[in-house]
Design a protein around this ligand. Sequence first.
Ligand code: HEM
Length: 449
Amino acid sequence: MTTTIDSAPWAPGRLPGIGHAHLLLDDPIPLIRRLPDVGPVVRVGLGPRPVYLVTTAELLRSIGLGTAGRFHRDDLIEPVAPFAGRTLVTLSGDDHRRRRRLIAPAFHRNRISAYSPEFGRIAEDWVARLPVGEPIDLVPEVDRLALETLIATLIAADLGEQARSTIQSDSPLLLAEAAFRTLMPRPLRRLRPAAERRFLTASARLRGLLRDIVAQYRTSGTDHGDLLSTLVTGVDPGTGESLDDETIIDEMVGFLMGGVESPSGMLVSFVHELVRAPEVRDKAVAEVDEVIGDRPVRAEDATALPYLRTVLQETMRLWAPWINMLTADGPVTLGDVTVPSGTMVGFSANMIHHDPSYYPEPERFRPERWSDPEAELVDQSAVVPFGVGARRCPGDHFSWAQLTLQAAALLRTRLPVLPTQDVGRAVGSTTKGVGIRPSTARVVLYPRR
Ligand code: HEM
């Protein structure tokens, strides 16, 4: 039986005018985790506008695979346009499909093998510069690592110090503001004129800089083995079409939007979990010692550390993105509920990953659930850190290689330990756009070599 949209219950805690914005902007997790008990489709208020959030893996898949109906991302265009133009994330339908095909070579297995030595080299240098023997918060350090890694993989050519430092300093501000604007109703944004001005100025500066870099690549014609070279030389085999300069800039910004905060949040979460589970840490360290030993990490290590992979997989389960939103393009059927065109629909991988009907003892950090024989019992439809279907993250293999090499580089020479004064102390979580991570990652790193 199909019922009307009004039959979907509201999530608890709604306030007049702002809906659930106060709960979502503060810490969305307590609200999100309660939703499976409310129903398979639950209304959550983003300001006055409801989002219909699905709470089962089956309904999540029906959105990702398109069996629920068609969706678009037009609602995201305006908030991020000054920064990102029309990047993959905001394209829909045929335009989205064509763009996915055009950027696919940048994430091909061979390309990732070519980026991996750089992942390893940057991670080794990063570890060597971290202070040892005293408590530090790894969050800003990991943020820097993720940004440096993405910029180096995106643009391998020598940019000059000034260009590199402009990208490094503008990107965090732009990423934070772009993420904020996607959740913030437009009238509320007008209340922050100074932030608006900063966003527009920094967006224009960054795009101007990227325009110059694309022009240099076109003139030199050199393949630097980086993401940008793939975009500059990429041709759609079906149509012979290639990307123009503005589209290339849009996609470079799109990679910055997708490729910095998610991997960085995941590495922060990995360290957070590891120092609270010394037996897991010691097992991962033993594997790293056996496989890598005294030498620096190498590209091939990315696929040679099966236990570390289960630790990262468990981290991705616990710290998966908290929200993903689309807009119905025509009527959309979510189980028993049909919503009309223009309705906002969403899901939370984080919620599915914490649902005890998919994962026994979901709050426990247990990498063993990803090793045989237990792994065979995991319902694969509920493994969704990178999404599902046409919009599934194109950076998934890229992230696996990067995170594995970074984690291995860290454990090879350092033993991360929870500072004694933090034992038993709770750590909150922070959202960064669609991502969620521990708000701090305080550790002491002891030298091992
Ligand atoms: C652990 C790291 C990462 C996680 C957990 C992650 C997760 C996600 C998720 C959940 C989506 C949305 C899928 C959907 O809409 O169904 C997504 C999309 C996307 N991600 Fe990632 N991502 C990660 C790393 C990366 C990296 C390293 C890059 C690029 C270098 C990247 C680029 C993108 C892009 C361009 C999209 C938009 C895809 C589209 O709309 O077609 N991501 N990611």
